[in-house]
Design a binder for this molecule. Structure first.
Ligand code: XMP
Length: 516
């Protein structure tokens, strides 16, 4: 059976992971706030409902609750942690504070024969499996018609089920990696309990999104700031597929881009893909505003504010625009925002702070349910060129945070030339795609060198190459010596103004990836 899962969010930091795990099983799911209401839930027509965890206790006065009717719809329900306690409470069981908070790995023994535990062979032999617990409450009395289907050392009720086999609850978190068998347990709920088939693919995501975007946008226009990075590019191409030329992309050249970058973005998106692209060359405006500015945070602030101004001015010239498109990803959406409501708070580095309100635009964020690797998969499905999808991250403030000290046209020229060599050599060595970021930095010191018969007194460039999962932590890459040597020789020979190259061997923390 094809169908979708409704995830009701009670504020758990793991809610987004539940959605992801369900998608990994090729079942479509959506997260909605617990307060979505019966009318919405009925119209959603879920094949199954998952109630997330959450920080509250069901016996608290202002605890988030749902109508009991949700459990009477005849649709299978799985409650996770808080969700399980809520099921118990709604149906007349009793939940109280545990003597001890259970946090971390626990071992549970489950009932062999429960559809939720199909394939967990350990249970057949009375053995335990590790699970991740994070709760301070426990079920003291089960509702009528329910039994415990798993126990841990600390709780005799680590999972519950009604006798019909339609309502389930687990005290642990099957969605986190610390519950190694969690995937199977969730799959059992989807396939055995709800009777779903693994039919959903990125292809169906595209179809669904296109339909949703068309409905939401109607006949109006959308404007989107395209940087050429993975997220804004995939968002642009998805929107374009849905509404064609009613999408206008604005690409602002802030004068802080890498060598050839502006030309490449224009070529890829306007010429090859056929997006309606407005190119705004604001290099001079940005460089003038950055004159003599040394402090990194001031650089960022100036660049961020100017971007908003330039973008706004350009967007106002486009007629019929009612929406601002953004490539916001799930991790950007602040934790459990769906719990608080749809007003997503986005990270400031998206450089669009305040834009939607100022311009009276509605936000449209077609990637807000996806993780980075899913965005890449979506991009492949949409035919986005690999060189766009494989692009290393590049900071919004661009080369300004890689020129230590004031940014000048001459220093930009020097850094661009050096950076282009790093890029070429890393690609030539076949390492570009496997490295998180690799680039050059221009230092604010001069050192002595010799060239032929002459003494030189020139700049130092640092080369940085790091490996990272998400940019939060990073380690320097052990690049082969001969590659480092080629980079160094080429930079010193080919880039006028540099006579020394250093390799950055600091990890994050305590250093950062960027030098500013
Ligand atoms: P750091 O230097 O903090 O960088 O270790 C972590 C990641 O974030 C990128 N970065 C930025 N991206 N605006 C951005 O859009 C910024 O101001 C900014 N500062 C750092 C950096 O390139 C790395 O991937």
């Amino acid at each position: 059976m094809e169908g979708k899962i409704l995830i009701l969010d009670f504020g758990s930091q793991y809610t987004m992971l539940i959605a992801r795990r369900v998608r990994e099983q090729r079942v479509y799911s959506e997260i909605h706030p617990f307060s979505a209401g019966m009318e919405f839930i009925r119209s959603f027509r879920p094949a199954g409902i998952i109630l997330s965890g959450g920080p509250s206790s069901v016996y608290e006065e202002d605890a988030p609750r749902i109508s009991r009717e949700v459990l009477d719809l005849g649709v299978p329900v799985l409650g996770i942690c808080y969700g399980m306690q809520l099921i118990a409470d709604l149906l007349g069981g009793k939940v109280g504070r545990s003597a001890e908070r259970e946090y971390g790995i626990a071992n549970i023994r489950g009932q062999w024969g429960s559809p939720l535990f199909l394939g967990i062979e350990e249970f057949r032999h009375g053995m335990e499996i590790p699970v991740w617990m994070s709760h301070g409450d426990r079920i003291e009395r089960l509702p009528a018609g329910f039994s415990s289907i798993a126990r841990s050392d600390n709780s005799p009720v680590a999972a519950i089920s009604n006798h019909e086999g339609t309502l389930f609850g687990v005290q642990f978190h099957p969605e986190v990696v610390h519950t190694p068998r969690g995937k199977e347990i969730l799959a059992n709920f989807l396939f055995r309990v709800c009777g779903l088939d693994p039919a959903w693919t990125m292809h169906s995501f595209v179809e669904g999104s296109v339909k949703k975007i068309r409905e939401e946008v109607g006949g109006e226009g959308v404007v989107l700031g395209l940087s050429g990075g993975v997220d804004s590019s995939v968002a642009a191409i998805l929107l374009h597929k849905a509404i064609g030329d009613r999408l206008t992309c604005i690409f602002v050249n802030n004068g802080l881009l890498r060598k050839g970058e502006a030309e490449e973005v224009i070529h890829t998106f306007r010429d090859a893909i056929g997006l309606h692209l407005e190119y705004v060359d604001a290099a001079e405006t940005f460089l003038t505003a950055l004159t003599d500015v040394e402090d990194p945070e001031r650089k960022r602030k100036i660049i961020g504010e100017l971007f908003v101004r330039v973008f706004e001015e350009s967007a106002r010239k486009i007629r019929g625009v009612a929406f601002l498109g953004q490539g916001t990803l799930y991790p950007d959406v602040i934790e459990s925002v769906s719990f608080k409501g749809p007003s997503a708070v986005i990270k400031s580095h998206h450089n669009v702070g305040g834009l939607p309100e100022k311009m009276h635009l509605k936000l449209i964020e077609p990637l807000r349910e996806l993780f980075k690797d899913e965005v890449r998969e979506l991009g492949r499905e949409l035919g986005v060129p690999p060189h766009v999808l494989d692009r290393q991250p590049f900071p919004g403030p661009g080369l300004a945070v890689r020129i230590i000290g004031p940014v000048t046209p001459e220093r930009l020229r020097i850094l661009r030339d050096a950076d282009a060599i790093v890029d070429e050599e890393i690609r030539g060595a076949g390492l570009y795609e496997s490295i998180w970021q690799s680039f050059a930095v221009l230092l604010p010191i001069k050192t002595v060198g010799v060239m032929g018969d002459f003494r030189t007194y020139e700049n130092v460039a640092a080369v940085r190459a790091v490996q990272s999962q998400d940019g939060m932590t990073a380690d320097w890459v052990r690049l082969p010596y001969d590659l480092l040597q080629r980079i160094s020789t080429r930079i010193i020979n080919e880039v006028k103004g540099i006579n020394r190259v250093a390799y950055d061997i600091s990890s994050k923390p305590p250093s950062t990836i960027e030098w500013e």
